[in-house]
Design a binder for this molecule. Structure first.
Ligand code: K7E
Ligand code: CUA
Length: 683
């Protein structure tokens, strides 16, 4: 460390001190801890009796696992993984033929991303439980998860962008979700010297239409100075129609950013009047700019994903739309920007700031009207700090990152460096309470806590460093989430539970807004997959050159057909499996010896396709991978693979065994998982 007084040095030493303090608390009943925790009380508050439901669904981003985790709150029970930007061997998402197109980008098949922010769709500024959006940070993308099926149904790539971090934050009626570039790059991207950053690098803010499922698209992009845009939030209530983005690296450093991007005392919050942007676009002020991006959609009826490649966007430059963008000076390298439920206060989390600055939307409008500008940056007016400031929370702690609200006039901010949640009051800016968390929280989450109507009962701290909180599992540990009761004046720690990957953010919503809409099965009669098999007798095997298509059904407890011959080495085989069950939670799986990908899991009524290239002659068993019934272990079949050019005829039979399975199944009334337990000796 060359400069021992650099912000980074301070930051590092503070982190070290806090980890030491945290370790101390974790193995003692030190005062700071016992004050806030009522242990007996806490256990009953998170207890959800067997067979009972949790009060909230919580959706945690999976960070670098590219997925979403669904938890119940307050129990912390893990309910589901929803794969989004990553392949998932558990279900075959991204491996089977129907879903591969979901992961197409202009860079090719891109089966990984760094997923940061879950965002529930909203109606009038309140989460409504229709959809959940999430961003891919590395190869900028946004995805829609349908909360009827808990499945990724749409992915849109963001062109002219690098690092889709300030994303996918919704406007109050989900007209748009918004994504900004973290990294500035040349736009269009091209081969230039890196040290020409100031001349050539630009940022973009993308407004994406989101209220029509299957039709996400870039409504327009705004071309911005080459800073780093970190996070964003839409205005609401009086500030509806505006969007706010944290903006750092206003130094425009391109090397050693930890030092060189920490020079300016203040960076910015970027305020964008997107209603004005809409008018400017409608009035022809935007230019058609080259763009290259994919839009991938899962078709509801065939359950096959399709990709479309697009080639242009509307690009709006602030200079062609006066009044579109203003900069609000904000200390210092701000990370989160959070709008309170009334829509009046704009709270910034300046990672290196000693205060939490809060801007007033009313004062911002007045400052704009009065031209209270301190300077201009590339034609964009910079407002005076004093002219927009509502107040500063003094001595909040170290390293403020993110703030959410309880709807009762209080705000809660994570302090990354001092490892605590700080509760403070909107309007008076006084600190009301502190809760140590273990350790180093990034985001925090209150159900609806960034909306107009928070359900201010619980708060979850999403901690980055786990250390000694759980049984050790080698160098890499689960992440730690902590559930805190915020219903009273003082915060109460209730529960720790592990999360996987690195959740950056989470959102939660009352279970009642989702659970009644959950789909139980796909209707077989509506399945439009070109290789659907609706009945046992309709299966079969066909050859098209070197491609062999096998249509088969799964039902408790057999495949039909289950004996297949005539496949040759050199063929590419497609198993198109339709689950013809029409009953909730009766899924079947399919795997074949030597398959170089994942199984497929097939929901009732849907068709899924496994591609298989046999390399040697012989007999290849396949079987059902999901323990579906008492006779699951009988659910199997064989493929015969012959030499190239062999005269073995293509045949698809229902074996005597499968036929007798079918008869036994009919003889067993209501064969369900109770039956499975009774007959478990058959394993
Ligand atoms: Cu703070 Cu990506 Cu929202 Cu991580 S981000 S913590
Ligand atoms: Cu079907 Cu096991």
């Amino acid at each position: 460390m060359k400069n021992p007084l650099s912000p980074k040095a301070l930051l590092l030493s503070a982190t070290a001190a806090v980890v030491a303090v945290g370790s101390f608390y974790s193995c003692t009943t030190g005062s700071a801890r016992s004050e806030n925790v009522l242990v007996g009380d806490a256990a009953s508050k998170v207890y959800v009796a067997p067979g009972k439901y949790d009060e909230f669904y919580a959706f945690f981003s999976g960070g670098y696992n590219g997925q979403i985790m669904v938890y119940g709150l307050p129990s912390g029970r893990l309910l589901k993984f929803v794969p989004v930007f990553s392949q998932n061997p558990e279900t075959g998402y991204g491996y089977n033929e129907e879903t591969k197109a979901m992961l197409q980008t202009t860079y090719g098949f891109t089966p990984w991303d760094d997923a940061h922010h879950t965002e529930l769709s909203q109606t009038d500024g309140v989460p409504d439980g229709r959809w959940l959006f999430i961003n891919g940070n590395n190869t900028p993308r946004v995805a829609r998860v349908d909360l009827k099926t808990f499945e990724t149904t749409e992915i849109l790539q963001i062109p002219n962008a690098a690092g889709g971090h300030a994303s996918p934050f919704t406007t109050p009626n989900t007209k748009y979700i918004v994504s900004a570039t973290r990294f500035s790059v040349p736009i269009p991207n091209t081969d230039v010297p890196i040290d020409s950053y100031k001349q050539n690098f630009k940022g973009t803010l993308s407004f994406i239409t989101a209220d029509q499922p299957g039709k996400m698209d870039i409504a327009f992009q705004i071309l911005m100075p080459g800073f780093n845009y970190d996070l964003g939030h839409a205005g609401k209530g009086p500030s509806d129609g505006w969007f706010f983005f944290t903006t750092y690296n206003t130094e425009q450093a391109y090397e050693k950013l930890e030092l060189n991007a920490s020079q300016n005392d203040k960076d910015f919050i970027t305020a964008v009047n997107y209603r004005l942007a809409e008018q400017c676009v409608a009035n022809g002020k935007a230019k058609n700019a080259p763009a290259d991006y994919f839009h991938n959609v899962m078709d509801e009826k065939s359950r096959i994903a399709h990709s479309e490649r697009k080639s242009s966007v509307k690009m709006l430059s602030p200079k062609d739309c006066p009044g579109l963008v203003y900069y609000l000076p904000t200390p210092k390298s701000p990370h989160g920007v959070d709008i309170d439920p009334t829509g009046e206060y704009i709270v910034a989390g300046g990672k290196l700031a000693t205060v939490i600055p809060v801007h007033s939307f009313t004062k911002m409008l007045r400052a704009i009207a009065d031209k209270q500008f301190e300077s201009e940056v590339q034609g964009i007016p910079v407002l005076k700090y004093s002219a927009t400031l509502a107040g500063e929370v003094q001595k909040p702690g170290l390293g403020p990152l993110h703030t959410e609200f309880d709807g009762k006039g209080n705000a809660y901010t994570t302090m990354f460096i001092s490892s605590e949640i700080v509760k403070w009051k909107l309007g008076t800016w006084e600190v009301l309470d502190r809760m140590p968390v273990y350790y180093s929280p990034g985001h925090l989450m209150i159900p609806g806590g960034d909306s107009k109507k928070p359900w201010g009962k619980y708060l979850v701290s999403l901690n980055k460093i786990t250390k000694d909180r759980y049984l050790p599992t080698g160098p890499e540990l689960a992440q730690s989430a902590q559930l805190i009761d915020i219903s009273g004046d003082k915060m109460k720690m209730l529960l720790d539970f592990p999360t996987i990957g690195e959740p950056h953010y989470a959102q939660a919503i009352p279970a009642d807004l989702i659970k009644g809409n959950s789909l139980k099965f796909y209707k077989l009669s509506e399945n439009t997959h070109p290789f659907v098999t609706r009945a046992e007798a309709d299966g079969g095997i066909t050859r098209q050159g070197k491609n062999v298509h096998i249509k088969l059904i799964a039902i408790r407890s057999h495949f039909a057909p289950d004996n297949l011959e005539g496949v040759q080495v050199g063929d590419t085989v497609y198993f198109h499996l339709t689950n013809i069950e029409q009953d909730w939670d009766i899924v079947h799986g399919f795997a074949v010896l030597g398959a170089e990908n994942a199984e497929v899991i097939v929901a009732p009524g849907e068709t899924r396709t496994l591609r298989w290239i046999p390399k040697t002659t012989g007999i290849y068993p396949f079987y059902c991978t999901d323990f579906c019934s008492a006779l699951h272990q009988e659910m199997q079949g064989y493929v015969r693979v012959s030499a190239p050019g062999s005269n073995v005829a293509l045949t698809a039979n229902i074996s005597a065994k499968a036929r007798s399975q079918a008869m036994r199944a009919q003889a067993l009334p209501n064969q369900d998982h109770k039956g499975m337990e009774m007959a478990s000796g058959s394993r």
